[in-house]
Write a protein that binds this ligand. Structure first.
Ligand SMILES: Nc1ncnc2c1ncn2[C@@H]1O[C@H](COP(=O)(O)OP(=O)(O)OP(=O)(O)O)[C@@H](O)[C@H]1O
Ligand SMILES: [Mg+2]
Length: 142
């Protein structure tokens, strides 16, 4: 569990985390509206692409946005508006799973399709606006 007192803190935490990622990793960003999921995802994408000013819009309406980086293709999903979990296959889900790096906001929309092996990044907001960020690996075995 790490403390983030500001957006800048979250960017630092995400930048460190990004350096640990490899091809095939699935990162599920969890936390309510405005928790900091997109801030975190943007910092990961900028780190992995090596482009610190890269425009990384939240894929609110397109639901997915891809980026090339030196370890593979990054797939940034925002599934808030996913109506049916089967819609995921129209968004390139199978291609994403075959060697991409996945950053998923609102992963609970996937129900049973949520990968069993993943890295969960959970944001908890305090009343003063600061966050606790918990990162845990799920399904990696002992
Ligand atoms: N400690 C913090 N970490 C991250 N963001 C913070 C922090 N403190 C304040 N903020 C602000 O909170 C907002 C987080 O927005 P962001 O788009 O990342 O949320 P989100 O979790 O992706 O929401 P959504 O579910 O709508 O996609 C930003 O405006 C950011 O400046
Ligand atoms: Mg977002």
């Amino acid at each position: 569990m790490v403390f983030s007192g500001s957006e800048a803190d979250t960017i630092t935490i995400a930048t460190d985390f990004a350096r640990s990622l490899t091809r095939g990793d699935v990162v599920v960003l969890d936390g309510g509206l405005g928790a900091g999921k997109s801030v975190f995802a943007r910092a990961v994408i900028r780190t992995l692409t090596g482009q610190e000013d890269l425009d990384v819009p939240s894929p609110t309406f397109t639901l997915v946005q891809t980026y090339d980086c030196f370890i593979g293709e990054i797939w940034h999903f925002d599934l808030y508006r996913l109506k049916d979990q089967n819609e995921i296959f129209e968004l390139g889900w199978d291609d994403a799973l075959s060697g991409g790096i996945l950053l998923i906001e609102w992963g609970e929309r996937l129900g049973g399709y949520l990968p069993k092996k993943r890295k969960d990044v959970k944001f908890m907001r305090h009343s003063d606006g600061s966050r606790q960020i918990e990162i845990c690996e799920v399904g990696y075995g002992d």
